[in-house]
Design a binder for this molecule. Sequence first.
Ligand code: 21W
Length: 209
Amino acid sequence: MFQGPLTESILQRAQDEGKIEIHFHDLRTFGQGNYRQVDDKPYGGGAGMLMMAEPIVSAIEKVTAEAQQKKKPYRIYLSPRGKKLTQTRVERIAKKYPWIILLCGHYEGIDQRVIDGGWIDEEISIGDYVLTGGEIPAMVLIDAVARQIPGVLGKDESAAEESFSEALDRKKEYPHYTRPEDFRGHKVPDVLLSGHHAEIEKWRKEQLQ
Ligand code: 21W
């Protein structure tokens, strides 16, 4: 399910140019027994299954040991219980951690001892709504972090980003128009056709919402 979004133009180009690398590790490889079991019933009862500690910790240890880097990976568990992902957090991760491991939760979640035992550095949620697993949140995080890495965005794209975060409040956006000037009776605001840059700037600031 990662192949669609992560091979989309910008992220594919970034990988082709060696600006980012994305590796996938199937937890089942680290599963136990003939059935490569990775899930089990929760102690205390309740609906659903949990991801077992051993396959997760084995996977984290193997991936950590394999990579040829001095730096430790920053280990993030995508969890509905996590801290909310914000642009500030995205920028901090992009700046501080050249190598991240993303653990996607599945079923009802993971054995708490993976977290309490120190194998996870941070739990992150992408928002207050319920999804089926951590895969889409992982892709959201990859996309948001990747575009912060120098050279991942093209010149035009990063210029747009600059005006978005610096000149304007980061939460806000103004309306955009492109050709034609008249679309089925809906006109482009006159000021945008005027060529008065100061007026256009003023109008855009007024339109922020
Ligand atoms: C959703 C797993 C709900 C477990 C107590 C016992 C990762 C996610 C996820 C999921 C539950 C993120 C319950 C925003 C998300 C994720 C799957 C809990 C009820 N309560 N960010 N059982 N939203 N979701 N199930 O869902 O793994 S980051």
